[in-house]
Design a protein around this ligand. Structure first.
Ligand code: ARG
Ligand code: ZN
Length: 868
């Protein structure tokens, strides 16, 4: 691991510069055209850039081109070499007399030494790029900001045998032989684009080729480029791509605009994927899928991420962001689009449950912690730190609320107007909301507070009943909590879907939408002889923490009767949470209501097995912790295991019946087959809890017999959490079978890192010394260290060894890959939520990171804000 050569960016010894949204100024110079010439090689790549620049406005300021880790080897202005350029904090500064010039620069890069994986780098024999947000400045000197839109022409020359395939944005316009075993290719992109959407890939790749005919009858050539051996694993991604293209035409009226659409899978990637114009680059984990190596969750992720990146072609590329503070303009909208797409491909209810679980699992903690920020932040040190669950997932909830407030038809009119008005422009979130407002006539001025205020609102809903007047009264009160830098908040617009059920008939008068945009309001409902049961925030219509005065009986009623599947799931979750929180605080556990509710759900023949599989799973340790004033990981684990055991024993016969009834079929990827696998594996977990010996045998048999990764990994995970002797054998078999498949080996690391066993800290420390662990591959690092940071039991081991290990890993990774290292910090940043001893240990770990000489600004920002 020490043989990695690093290219860490120089870190200022002083506090990094803070960039503020209010300081936005239009660019001084535009670059209508850029020609790039790459002489490619892994050790040495020469980049010659030719920029036509034009002065923007009547100022006298010089041309300033961003550069990071670059040294100019030559600078020419209008064809003449010049020497009076200067470098200022990495930027190339050139004084220019006229308003229009042609600037040429030459630089040399070393892709194989670029461990940061931003800019041009080498991965598994490929050369590839990642430019969003600010990677282009590591390739060439350029005004690397999203409001500078240029026409790109690209020429690449490379060794023919090592790099037979040369790809870039747009259309391939010419190719030729360069002699000496080298060849070249030229690509032109006819669309104006910001530099963050630039991409090139060179490598020995094979394509799964297909085509798509657009709604106006144009043919688009599709290619998914991977290693030859992986081509069979691209079928699902290709199907997802074609379905996405059709869906965007049907639902948003958006047609693809180039003759080619290429996707490349790379193994070393900091994120999920990247929407470069006409050339998406993917982390291979979101492209490659087959039954033997991918779980059902992996399949769903492939579909969702392929759709997400494809949808960016309109929401992001044709209309882009003016500055990085507007990131949610493209990301929130695009996540909303991919969530809606996925909901249309399978069970909408299960999709919504999963999306809300993800929001609560990652965004709510962010919103309640030291790194809370609005979906449009006011300042940052390093923009890479703002690719967050808030920008993405809360951003999507905000678009979803606009959709709810306007209704589908007006929302579509708004999106049509947005794309029509701003095609080819770099715009702001205000422009998006203005288009929605103008097309619909709905006033969104108060709603816009969602863009400015951080923090998850709390919604209190109190239902009362008067038997004499037969009236029900609902009082809604909201409270937006203070967050760093925002002590006082204004009320938000909350679109609340609700219904009142008659508990005798099980009927409701239908759903209605209540819009709360003041601190509090009271609504009355007539004609209720009996107190009705309140179903509220149906389909999770507003991203809030809900508090109600509903009784256990109300929740049990909704868990069995609610016609909104999400609300039904929620009622059951709330019942479970109430039981767990009561057990933790009083030490006395009463499991009866949950046992009854789960029993009814399990035997409700009308329910989709996939839904049942979600509804009978207990809330996670982390989510239980979020309900507590001071998180007590040990008490949570004890209470949750006790409830699991109670459910396992009470329904053992049922779990066994479900297990038997849903097995024995050969693998098929369909919603029904997926649902069967889901509920069967949930049943396996409960059987294991009730009877460790029988469960271990069952799991080991399933592990050996499975014809798909979902069942194999579920069995392995069950064993990995257990004390069973077969556990070691299963882990060993799995390792030997998949040691050459990096994506599956990641699962082997993660399974052990998230284990609920008491010896997990030692196991993880040992795994960090395993020959297959490396700092150079972000997937592997996240698989072990990132997953461990989510393990609520071992990470928070009372002796602090989990924290210390975690800090060591961040310190080790930072010089190699600062972005990935910085992403780890929030696990420690939650220290305020824990008891005094853990607080001290977590703070000590953060302080040790902060004291590391040469820390990147990425990690510096996250750690210093976490300690503030
Ligand atoms: N735009 C990409 C996507 O959401 C992600 C790029 C991530 N970049 C970053 N600096 N974190 O699909
Ligand atoms: Zn995106």
């Amino acid at each position: 691991m020490l043989d990695i050569q690093t290219t860490a960016t120089a870190v200022p010894l002083s506090t990094p510069h803070i960039i503020r949204r209010e300081d936005y100024r239009p660019p001084d110079w535009m670059v209508p055209e850029i020609g790039l010439d790459f002489d490619l090689g892994p050790a040495k790549t020469r980049v010659t850039a030719r920029l036509t620049v034009s002065r923007n406005g009547g100022h006298g300021r010089p041309l300033v081109l961003e550069g990071e880790t670059l040294t100019p080897l030559a600078v020419r202005v209008d064809g003449q070499a010049i020497n009076d350029w200067r470098i200022d904090d990495g930027r190339l500064v050139i004084d220019l007399s006229g308003d229009d010039h042609v600037i040429e620069t030459e630089v040399e890069l070393s892709p194989e030494r670029n461990t940061q994986l931003m800019g041009l780098y080498a991965s598994g024999g490929l050369l590839c790029t990642q430019c969003e947000a600010e990677g282009f400045r590591r390739i060439t000197f350029f005004p690397d900001r999203p409001d500078v839109l240029s026409r790109y022409s690209v020429r690449m020359t490379a060794d023919k045998s090592a790099y037979p395939v040369l790809l870039a944005n747009g259309d391939n316009v010419a190719n030729g032989d360069a002699g000496e075993g080298r060849h070249w290719a030229e690509w032109n992109d006819p669309f104006l684009k910001p530099s963050y959407l630039f991409a090139l890939v060179a490598g020995d790749l094979k394509a799964n080729r297909d085509s798509f005919t657009t709604m106006s009858g144009r043919t688009v050539e599709l290619g998914i480029w991977v290693r030859e051996a992986d081509v069979p694993k691209t079928a699902y991604a290709m199907a997802a791509l074609k379905t996405s293209m059709k869906w965007d035409e049907d639902v948003y009226g958006r047609e693809y605009d180039l003759g080619v659409f290429n996707i490349v899978a790379v193994d070393d990637f900091n994120f999920g994927a990247m929407e470069n114009k006409g050339l998406n680059v993917f982390n291979s984990r979101y492209i490659l899928a087959d039954a033997d190596t991918a779980t059902d969750v992996d399949y769903d992720n492939v579909q969702g991420v392929v759709a997400h990146e494809y949808f960016h072609n309109w929401s992001g590329n044709r209309v882009t962001c003016r500055d990085w503070f507007q990131l949610s303009l493209k990301e929130g909208f695009t996540v909303f689009r991919d969530q809606s797409f996925s909901a249309d491909q399978g069970s909408a209810a299960v999709q919504r449950i999963e999306d809300v679980r993800a929001l609560r699992g990652s965004q709510f903690p962010e919103d309640g912690g030291p790194l809370a920020h609005p979906i449009r932040p006011d300042s940052y040190m390093e923009i890479g730190n703002f690719y967050t669950a808030t920008i993405y997932n809360k951003g999507a909830e905000i678009i979803r609320m606009i959709h709810t407030l306007l209704g589908a038809e007006k929302f579509r009119a708004g999106s049509d107007l947005y794309f029509e008005r701003h095609d080819g422009q770099a715009v702001t979130c205000d422009d998006f909301v203005a288009a929605m407002q103008d097309a619909s006539g709905v006033d969104l001025s108060v709603f816009k507070r969602w863009y400015a205020q951080a923090g998850t609102p709390k919604l209190m809903a109190a239902i009362a009943h008067d038997a004499d007047t037969k009236q029900a009264t609902l009082t809604l009160t909201q409270l937006v909590p203070p967050t760093p830098g925002q002590p006082v908040k204004q009320p938000m617009t909350l679109p609340i879907r609700m219904a009142l059920f008659d508990r005798a008939t099980g009927e409701s008068g239908g759903e209605q939408l209540v819009v709360l945009d003041t601190d509090t309001t009271t609504l009355t409902f007539d004609g209720f002889a009996q107190p009705p049961v309140l179903s509220i925030n149906r389909d999770f219509s507003a991203p809030v923490v809900l508090e109600t005065n509903r009784t256990e009986a109300d929740l049990a009623f909704l868990a069995a009767e609610d016609d909104d599947p999400f609300a039904r799931y929620e009622a059951m979750q709330q019942l479970m949470l109430n039981t767990l929180v009561a057990a933790i605080s009083t030490g006395v556990a009463d499991h009866a209501a949950v046992i009854k509710g789960v029993g009814e759900t399990l035997s409700d023949g009308a329910l989709d097995p996939a839904f049942i599989g979600e509804a009978v799973v207990l809330p996670s340790d982390a989510f239980i912790g979020d309900q507590m004033l001071v998180v007590d990981p040990d008490a949570i684990a004890t209470a949750r295991e006790a409830l699991r055991l109670a459910l396992a024993n009470a329904h053992l016969a049922k779990w066994q019946e479900i297990y038997a009834a849903n097995g024995g079929r050969s693998f098929e990827y369909s919603p029904a087959a997926k649902g069967a696998r889901r509920i069967r594996n949930v049943a396996l977990g409960y059987i294991m809890a009730a009877d460790a010996d029988a469960g271990a045998k069952l799991a080991f048999t399933q592990f050996g017999a499975a014809d798909n990764m979902t069942d194999r990994l579920a069995a392995l995970g069950t064993l990995a959490n257990s004390q069973a002797e077969l556990r070691v054998a299963a882990l060993d078999i799995f390792y030997r079978r998949y040691r050459d498949n990096a994506l599956v080996l990641d699962k082997w690391f993660t399974t052990q890192a998230v284990s609920t066993r008491a010896d997990t800290v030692e196991a993880v420390i040992e795994l960090a010394g395993h020959p297959d662990f490396t700092l150079s591959n972000p997937n592997r690092f996240r698989a072990l260290v990132g997953a461990f940071g989510m393990n609520q039991r071992s990470f928070h081991a009372a002796d602090g060894r989990g924290y210390a290990f975690f800090a060591d890993q961040i310190i080790a990774l930072d010089p190699v890959n600062a972005q990935t290292a910085a992403k780890m910090v929030p696990s420690l940043g939650r220290w305020r939520r824990f008891d005094a001893e853990r607080q001290a240990l977590m703070r000590a770990a953060l302080e040790r990171i902060l004291a590391t000489p040469g820390l990147s600004k990425d990690v510096f920002e996250q750690v210093s804000k976490s300690l503030a």
